[in-house]
Design a protein around this ligand. Structure first.
Ligand code: NAG
Ligand code: NAG
Length: 304
């Protein structure tokens, strides 16, 4: 009897091992696929898409709710509209609306600001902290007829999918109430990747330095993968706030009378913890603009 079992055990073992190998291969597939998206190697130009441009490549770093499908997107020209008070009084709206893809951040409104920020919205990158603001006007943001893509970023504790992620739960509810809404969340791997990019570019560990990445940071990283050309409106450069006679504007164009943008930036830059390193981030953006088709408008950046 015993000898009869031996081949059976051996066979089961072989089957189990093969299954395991198949599974490992399968689960590693995303990383192989992600390679071209994330850049070939971590050499000096590691981030930039020198490789041939593929239309509508699925991006596994962003998955839909509830289906968990990767984000498929491609655009020849993305205009990114910042939420800064710099948008005010520049009349950039018509120019923005002429670009094929228009990206905004968080709950930045268009209504009432059309002349300066435009009317169209293709995609919004949304911080986990802004999700409750969107949900105050769910019909406006997620209602039928609105095909804006929402890409939400946030830390695992709020975005976990096991029922304990408070923001993820809100989004799942919204997706249930508005089945046509196109809501995507940034995966844990992608969040770690964005942290890693910060460390790579600044030499500082994001967590140890007590800072949070900004929505602008996540927006630019996504745009560099999805847009052939990027136009950024209303973003100041890293020396703007040290420039004599700079234009004082509200931090957000839709929050008149709030703290001045530069005051807010300086506060964040020096906060021992919980701040956004906006100024540091801008110096990294300037570096990226040297190897990627990124242009800055209102105010313009002189990139050498
Ligand atoms: C969709 O959103 C835009 C602003 O992003 C808004 O102007 C428009 O009214 C919305 N459409 C619907 C049907 O809610
Ligand atoms: C940064 O902004 C200031 C103020 O707009 C400008 O004077 C300066 O030339 C800019 N620097 C670069 C590198 O664009």
């Amino acid at each position: 009897i015993v000898w009869l079992w031996k081949p059976l055990i051996a066979t089961s073992l072989i089957v189990a091992v093969s299954l395991f190998v198949v599974m490992v291969n399968y689960s590693e597939k995303p990383y192989i696929l992600l390679q071209p998206v994330f850049g070939q190697t971590f050499s000096s130009h590691w981030m930039f898409s020198k490789q041939p441009y593929k239309a509508f490549k699925p991006h596994l770093g962003y998955v839909s709710i509830p289906k968990q499908e990767p984000l498929k997107l491609h655009c020849e020209l993305c205009s990114i509209v910042s939420s800064s008070g710099q948008m005010l009084g520049q009349g950039a709206g018509p120019q923005i609306d002429r670009s094929p893809c228009i990206w905004r951040m968080n709950n930045a409104p268009t209504r009432g600001f059309e002349h300066d920020v435009g009317r169209q919205t293709t995609l919004r990158v949304v911080s986990h902290t802004s999700v409750p603001l969107l949900l105050q006007k769910p019909q406006y943001f997620f209602g039928q007829g609105n095909d804006t893509i929402y890409v939400v970023w946030g830390p695992l504790r709020n975005m976990r999918k096991d029922g304990k992620g408070i923001v993820y739960n809100m989004l799942r509810q919204a997706a249930e109430n508005y089945p046509h809404a196109r809501i995507y969340v940034t995966t844990e791997d992608r969040m770690n990747y964005c942290d890693m990019v910060f460390k790579k570019e600044t030499g500082k560990d994001r967590i140890q330095s007590g800072s949070y990445l900004s929505t602008g940071w996540f927006t630019l990283i996504l745009a560099m993968d999805m847009c052939k050309e990027i136009h950024i409106y209303g973003m100041i450069n890293d020396t703007y706030c040290k420039t004599e006679g700079y234009r004082k504007v509200p931090y957000h164009y839709y929050e008149a009378g709030s703290r001045d943008e530069c005051a807010e930036y300086l506060l964040h830059e020096s906060a021992p913890y919980g701040g956004h390193r906006f100024i540091t981030e801008k110096s990294v953006f300037a570096k990226w603009a040297k190897t990627h088709a990124i242009k800055f408008f209102n105010p313009p950046w002189q990139l050498s």
